[in-house]
Design a protein around this ligand. Structure first.
Ligand code: FAD
Length: 154
């Protein structure tokens, strides 16, 4: 692990990984994702149900789609609605591993077993994170903080 990155993403769930995936694809920024679990696939927070917009919009391959259906039922405590729209169930652990591989293939880094313990404040903002990689501690600072404006397009 380097000590400086342009962007450090705390948490390798779908949001953090997709963000890192886009950033590594679209920029030359150095990017690291720090995930507390020992494996990305240890995140068991989702059943993986989703829609066309996600599968197509985010370029999700068939290999991580477990099931497809032509209709979706939304159930509430007192009512249910059936919609004739395509639905998908992702293999959630494999979906996360897929996103992690995409980040790495585009030049980013994914570090698991690393818990971000606190933000590091500088000039009233939080440009860096203190982390505890499996018992050690360190400070990882995005290099962009002092040298590049936050509005730099990617
Ligand atoms: C039972 C259940 C079923 C669900 N089913 C669906 C569904 O079918 N379809 C759907 O779209 N959504 C579903 N959801 C919602 C979905 O799981 C969440 O919207 C999604 O996981 C949010 O992604 P995230 O990346 O923001 O957060 P998370 O998935 O919570 O990921 C955050 C990651 O950050 C890591 N982390 C946290 N703190 C730190 C730290 N300090 N340092 C390093 N890493 C850290 C965590 O270990 C975790 O891996 C479901 C949720 C639950 C609870």
């Amino acid at each position: 692990m380097q000590e400086t990155y342009d962007a450090v993403v705390a948490g390798g769930g779908p949001s953090g990984l997709q963000f890192a995936r886009e950033l590594t694809r679209r920029s030359a920024f150095s990017v690291a994702v720090l995930e507390a679990h020992d494996e990305l696939s240890d995140n068991d927070k989702s059943t993986g149900g989703t829609f066309d917009q996600v599968v197509e919009g985010y370029d999700i391959p068939d290999s991580v789609v477990m099931a497809e259906s032509s209709g979706v039922v939304f159930e509430g405590p007192s009512t249910a609605e059936h919609l004739e729209i395509p639905g998908y169930v992702l293999d959630f652990p494999n979906f996360l591993e897929f996103l992690g591989t995409e980040v790495e293939d585009a030049g980013g880094e994914v570090h698991t077993g690393v818990r971000v313990t606190e933000p590091v404040y500088e000039r009233g903002a939080s440009p860096a994170s203190a982390v505890a990689p499996t018992g050690q501690s360190g400070r990882y600072r995005p290099t962009s903080w002092s040298t590049r404006p936050a509005t730099r397009p990617y």
